[in-house]
Design a protein around this ligand. Sequence first.
Ligand code: ATP
Length: 309
Amino acid sequence: MIQLYIPLNFLGVLYREIKQSLADMERLFSLLGQNREVADAEHAQVLQVHHRNGAEIRFQHVNFSYEEKRQILFDVDFTIAPGTTTAVVGHSGSGKSTLSRLLFRFYDIQSGHISIDGQDVRDVTQASVRAAIGIVPQDTVLFNDSIEYNIAYGKPGASKEEIIAVAKAAYIHDFIESLPDGYDSMVGERGLKLSGGEKQRVAIARTLLKNPSILIFDEATSALDSQAEQLIQAQLKDIARSRTSLVIAHRLSTVVDAQQILVMDKGRIIERGTHHDLLALQGTYARMWERQQSKKKDMTEEDDDEADE
Ligand code: ATP
């Protein structure tokens, strides 16, 4: 009787674990907006990334719509040189995140080309494209598992030493150590709830472990407190070093150091250049910058008033 009970109990646990993992994967895919209809070409090759300091990304005359009747991107054309950072700014709904979804090939485009180191993303395997790209998303999905598992997810089979090293680099190690169960602490919906900044740091640790040649950073829309934001920005600079980075920016303070800024409006790139170039242009970007600066000033004055009281 006992003999029978143990395996059944074990199977029950296993079943729950598998079901849980599938549910988590489903959730991850749906959050990333993945379209599972995109398939590998019959003769798809493995993506070859040649550059030591990151791959070259090219969008050539890209037109794209999610649904037939509504075009989202119009003739989008840009190159990101290996090892450099390009930031995309623009109003909500202008198509910024769509660029990252297309680079990841969650969807196929209607016309134009998207290539990584000269290879069209439609001619290479999806698995090899996704292996080359690390994403730090707006909202990081945490699995209902230990914090160690959640970091190790970036590189299955990673050693504890590697996990600790990236957690330190992402400034989350001390926080983890302060938890009663340390790296074994359960997180996710059924465990410890982490703040937006902590979750993003777990995502950064995960990405550091994956060590991809391309980095996509989708900045959180919800404001982090300014200390957390500064920390994330400093880390971003660190991980962007020797990689090609695409930053979907919601705050202009993030983009100042980017080698290239693309300003999007209703699916079109309407301005491009460095922060300096774009201020000199006195166009949309310059106006956005001025607005953010005056908003910041208002907030500091409010803080000063509070401090005076
Ligand atoms: P935000 O700053 O708010 O994140 P964004 O500039 O990143 O916005 P996108 O997410 O790229 O904007 O969306 C561009 C447009 O595409 C929006 O009008 C949006 O409604 C539409 N869109 C996004 N995802 C889908 C989808 N899966 N199906 C249909 N339309 C979509």
